[in-house]
Design a protein around this ligand. Sequence first.
Ligand code: COA
Length: 264
Amino acid sequence: MKLFENLLYSIHNNICTITVNRPDKLNALNRLTILEIGEALQAALDDASVKGLIITGSGTKAFVAGADIREFLGLTPVEGKKMAHTGQALFNRIEECTKPVIAAINGFALGGGCELAMACHLRIASENARFGQPEVNLGLIPGYGGTQRLIRYIGKSKAMELLMTAEMINTQEALELGLVNHLTTIENLIPKCIEVMDKIMTKSPLAITGVIRSVNSYFASGTIGFDTELDEFGKCFGTEDFKEGTSAFLEKRKASFSGKELKQ
Ligand code: COA
């Protein structure tokens, strides 16, 4: 059993479960959590007994409610871009993981949480889950690959709508759009993930790795958008809108955007 500050890490019947464990902050991804997910991923990859991974959130309210907004405060455009780069790199590693990874989505999957779920190979969600990219509420855009992966799963038209309106969708809608693979009850969430993973684990591990690499390579030529996302995410940190949006969230009030750059 590995010990982490913000994660639970367990292995049972060849399946490693990584649980983001900050329930009082709706499992928001702060720097340490991002770092620890990377370490847990590596530990699972290095452990020959692990044949598949499940990533989930602690409690019944949130999978992950996004990147930790408190850590955004005071970042410059360069620092903001650097932060997004670290998140993108981790989520790319999850997507490229040679062992199958299932997201067990047990509640809010917003912002970085939706991006984390999209980086996994499959998504299984409970009825109470909610999906969305609400960054524009904060004067931001997604920075951990969300603008790119959302298009891949649900198409440009619907992705554009969700990204611009910040609206949340429920699991039924996410299922219809192709964002999630299965909808189930909260009680059955982990059993359903195990059922699907058990089926995958009866197949050739080398063939499964081949599937992961081949499917990912279908999108390999379209990576320029990830760099654009990094540039645009970084730029947001130089705006009045970002300052107003993040302050409004933390002060629990509605933001009022001016559309202005920060004065130097
Ligand atoms: N970053 C940091 N803290 C977060 C967070 C995030 N992304 N999401 C939730 N939290 C914290 C809240 O600040 C609150 O902390 P507090 O008790 O110290 O004030 C706690 O988690 C509970 O959240 P709260 O907003 O009170 O719960 P709610 O049930 O009223 O609302 C959400 C739930 C998910 C709708 C709301 O928390 C939310 O909109 N979160 C942000 C989503 C987001 O914008 N994500 C993208 C970030 S880039």
